[in-house]
Design a protein around this ligand. Structure first.
Ligand code: TXA
Ligand code: MG
Length: 351
């Protein structure tokens, strides 16, 4: 398949002809990768069974892992869901459009392939102007998982999308770098109390501020216990993973760097290429290995923004093993450490 690449130089000044071309593809059952404020999405008509199937195929994704339906306005929500609980009204008012996905009981309009056979549906109203223009112009809800091959780090720019999906989708809209860099927060509102199924940049505290009581899915807090089954099916797969082995070393900055230096020396001695993930602050503490700064420890939004890019960069450099510093689990840190520990297969050394 030929993949058309279309550039939108300035997302705040949309090129309507590109949007129209992309919307036409979506309406006729094709696939378009596009930027959102979190990560790039791989979009198809959420109400079209065969478009949803094409998405699974292009990503190599297991079909029991449901897709998020992206909408541009409230009117697009009602046909997808059985009911809109009070808590949803509150969340939509506070955080839509934005990086928040809400799980509702679904209506019969949503095909099984979109929801992976569940009786619930995930819905998000993104904020990115290109995403909004595309969904509006398509006139249908757009199912969009992250635009990566299943298991790889999510794409934060169009180059990442090209690496994974060239020749497998009809069009890629290149809208530059995304803002946040980690996928949306997912909140399930189908039970008694709201439950966070995937942490993201809308933090637990931000949700509690407007909803009061909020729980966190056990699979996020106790991921090592095999009997704990995540409620978001996608959270059970090894994910976001680079090709090299990734090991996290947690503790105070200096002992962490000391340990990573020892481990690196051992590996280099065995002739292996070693990558190190640290921050601008810790860079001077490292001697050997290929160092990559993930951002500023003092500003965790920079770490979220660079995490997937750094993992992909190490793939390109073909390192054999990566040691990463750990990060605080406050606020956005919960989402950062959730993704990083999954990428590491939960291999964590505490010093
Ligand atoms: O930020 C994002 O959410 C990005 C951008 C493109 O919008 N999309 C994204 O989609 O991350 P994806 O497919 O990579 O992740 C969706 C997650 C999966 O873990 C899936 O299992 C979960 O949402 N999910 C979808 N529908 C669900 C449902 N009905 N109940 C529980 N979890 C659901
Ligand atoms: Mg994904």
């Amino acid at each position: 398949m030929e993949t058309r690449i279309r550039k939108i130089e300035n997302p705040d000044c949309i090129t309507q002809s590109v949007i129209d071309e992309a919307a036409k593809i979506i309406r006729s059952g094709g696939l378009v990768a596009f930027p959102t404020e979190t990560v790039y999405g791989l979009g198809g008509n959420a109400l079209d069974e065969s478009a949803a199937n094409k998405i699974y195929q292009a990503k190599g994704r297991p079909s029991d892992n449901p897709l998020i339906a992206h909408i541009a306005n409230r009117e697009q929500l009602y046909p997808l869901v059985k009911e809109v609980p009070r808590a949803a009204e509150i969340l939509m008012e506070a955080y839509w459009p934005g990086p928040l996905t809400i799980i509702f009981k679904r209506s019969a309009a949503v095909p099984n392939s979109t929801t992976g056979g569940l009786d619930t549906v995930a819905v998000r109203m993104p904020e990115h102007p290109v995403a909004r223009a595309l969904i509006e112009s398509a006139g249908v809800p757009v199912a969009a998982p992250s635009a990566n091959i299943s298991g790889r780090p999510s794409p934060t720019n169009a180059l990442h999308v090209r690496e994974d999906l060239m020749g497998k989708v009809d069009m890629i809209i290149d809208g530059g770098e995304v803002g946040i860099g980690l996928e949306s927060t997912i909140v399930d509102l189908t039970g008694e109390i709201p439950v966070i199924l995937r942490p993201g940049s809308i933090t637990c505290d931000m949700l509690k501020e407007v909803l009061g009581e909020v729980a966190v899915d056990k699979a996020i807090l106790e991921p090592l216990k095999k009997e704990v089954k995540p409620k978001a099916p996608g959270m059970k797969y090894r994910h976001y993973a680079p090709k090299a082995d990734l090991i996290i070393v947690e503790g105070e900055p200096e002992p962490v760097a000391e340990r990573i230096n020892v481990l690196t020396q051992e590996q280099v001695g065995k002739g292996r290429r070693v990558g190190i993930i640290g921050t601008d602050e810790s860079e001077p503490l490292y001697a050997e290995g290929i160092f990559s700064s993930i951002g500023l420890r003092a500003d965790e939004s920079t770490i979220a923004h660079n995490l997937y890019r750094v993992l992909r960069d190490f793939d390109r450099m073909e390192v054999d093993i990566i040691y990463s510093e750990g990060f605080s689990e406050n606020k956005l840190g919960q989402a950062i450490m959730n993704r990083l520990s999954k990428a590491a297969g939960y291999r964590i050394i505490k010093v």
